[in-house]
Write a protein that binds this ligand. Structure first.
Ligand code: FAD
Ligand code: NAI
Length: 474
């Protein structure tokens, strides 16, 4: 007989596991079905984010930055390093350990909150007002009856036509996080978030990195001024980024040859030892049996949902990368928690305008709200205030002075419309702007708050004051 639950969640990534924990906290009988296996073949909760995304990439970004600093940064501080060596096997082992700690942490939280975990593939057998059924095919087959189903099946890397991932020469994010030796020549297709982060890791470890990007503009989603500054810093670091290219072919034979037309339309070819393809991701709907139960997908193949993450089927919800909106772990988490609240009869709201973005390069790039070019296009009257980290005492003490903070505020009400940062710990600093925007704060509010000295956060205060042309330190 089918086991019965109030909520069955398909997918144990940041969307699914947060939904499961919150649903259980709210007193709902909850199960989570996830099919991920770690390198040891055992179930590994946490989805893309924990296993081959956010967590391992940040572990390698930190390790490779330490290597770069020891090789090129410490001397300026009067710290001489002799006989510096890279132990890549240890670096990768440490990354795996960081991942495993997160996998185990989620399994612990499931036990603590009494979330029933089923390892295997979940598919929707039945859905509707009378109740839903999820079939689990794994080591054991199960059928789970549920009043509500939350689909949180995430996304997978998009391949270039004609160049499928072999994870040896042509790498997705999975292979890019586990290259066993530093490639001398590394090609990257796509100068998006993964391209910049993984390109940075391997450049710091010694690869000659070329990134080929289709769009003529660099980091189109970011504020143009920030993107321009970032492009200059990355070029100085040695990342070769070519914009406006059209890939015409990829051939592999011991090495990878990429044929492309450059921005001027001239045919080019480049040879690499490995090629990372990071050109976006596709929603995971295969195997869910969406068609059989009549689950509606949108024109781009994502599960179609309303603002509250309801699908077209009664009792069936969908969250995270498998639905519209930014493909970010914290967006998936917020949607997961919000859906659990709604199922429990409570109100919840996720505001996409205050979802922060962070790109973990050096310097980091972070933003929330609208970029200046969008305000201009929308005809919004705004005032801008910027402050460079070179004028911030803590940044100078750190030896990390590239970049700036930029505040954009409504010209009449002073409400903060966007905050954009390129600089040290931008990913931490942005939280202050998110809080201010959630509370409908004005730039003057940030300018009038006491910030510790010396701290990077003072650059936030000075940029906010600069909106009214009264920054103190510049
Ligand atoms: P996922 O994390 O993809 O989890 C879905 C889970 O469902 C997986 O375990 C999958 O195996 C399982 N599943 C799928 N179908 C089924 C089925 N039928 N039955 C059972 N299980 C199923 N985001 C950030 O916010 N910050 C970052 O720093 C960041 N870094 C990233 C770095 C890389 C290299 C990549 C690739 C992504 C990164 N992301 C980052 C994006 C982030 O990983 C995703 O937005 C996030 O994982 C989405 O969460 P999710 O729960 O929707 O799906
Ligand atoms: P992306 O959307 O960030 O970037 C893809 C890039 O590839 C774009 O610039 C696009 O113009 C380019 N592109 C597309 N087709 C191309 C082609 N044929 N030739 C050349 N360039 C092409 O996607 P990416 O980097 O694959 O990452 C996927 C998602 O994962 C991100 O959008 C982000 O949501 C998430 N992520 C988040 C991170 C973070 O928050 N720090 C880190 C890594 C990933």
């Amino acid at each position: 007989m089918a086991q019965s639950f109030d909520v069955v969640i398909i997918g144990g990534g940041p969307g699914g596991y947060v939904a499961a924990i919150r649903a259980a906290q709210l007193g709902l009988k909850t199960a989570c079905v996830d099919d991920w296996r770690g390198s040891d073949g055992k179930p590994a909760l946490g989805g893309t984010c924990t296993n081959v995304g956010c967590i391992p990439s940040k572990a390698l970004l930190q390790s490779s930055e330490n290597f770069e600093q020891a090789g090129h940064g410490f001397a300026e501080h009067g710290v001489r390093v002799k006989g510096l060596e890279l132990d890549l096997a240890q670096m990768l082992k440490r990354k795996d350990k960081v991942v495993k700690a997160s996998n185990d942490g989620i399994a612990f939280l499931f036990r603590k909150n009494k979330v029933a975990f089923f390892h295997g593939r979940g598919s929707l057998v039945k859905a509707g007002a009378a109740g839903c059924e999820v079939a689990v095919s794994g080591a054991q087959s199960e059928t789970l009856a549920a009043k509500n189903v939350i689909i949180a099946t995430g996304s997978s890397p998009r391949a270039l036509p004609g160049a499928s991932f072999d994870e040896k020469l042509v790498l997705s994010n999975t292979g890019a996080l586990a290259i066993p030796e530093v490639p001398r020549r590394l090609g990257v297709i796509g100068a998006g978030v993964i391209g910049l982060e993984m390109g940075s890791v391997w450049r710091r470890l010694g690869s000659d990195v070329t990134i080929l990007e289709a769009l003529p503009a660099f980091l189109g989603a970011a504020d143009e001024q920030i993107a321009r500054e970032a492009a200059k810093v990355f070029a100085k670091q040695g990342l070769k980024i070519q914009l406006g290219v059209k890939i015409t072919g990829v051939r592999t034979k011991g090495e990878v040859t990429v044929e492309y037309a450059d921005a001027a339309g001239k045919a080019q070819s480049a040879v690499f030892d490995r090629l990372i393809v990071s050109i976006g991701r596709l929603p995971n709907t295969d195997g869910l049996d969406a068609g059989a139960v009549g689950l509606k997908l949108d024109e781009r193949g994502f599960i179609a949902v309303d603002e509250q993450c309801r699908t077209n089927l009664a009792g069936v919800w969908a969250i995270g990368d498998v639905v519209r909106g930014p493909m970010l772990a914290h967006k998936a988490e917020e949607e997961g928690a919000a859906v659990a609240e709604r199922i429990a009869g409570r109100k919840a709201h996720v505001d996409f305008n205050t979802v922060p973005w962070v790109i973990y390069t050096t310097p980091e790039i972070a933003w929330v709200g609208k970029p200046e070019q969008q305000l201009k296009a929308e005809g919004v009257e705004y005032r801008a205030g910027t402050f460079p980290f070179s004028a911030n005492a803590r940044a100078r003490a750190l030896g990390d002075t590239s970049g700036l903070v930029k505040f954009l505020a409504d010209a009449k009400t002073d409400a903060i419309l966007g905050v954009h940062i390129l600089g040290p710990f931008a990913g931490e600093l942005i939280a202050e702007a998110v809080v201010a925007m959630e509370f409908r704060g004005a730039s003057e509010d940030i300018g009038m708050i006491c910030h510790a000295h010396p701290s990077l956060s003072e650059a936030m205060k000075d940029a906010a004051l600069a909106v009214d042309k009264r920054a103190i330190n510049i």
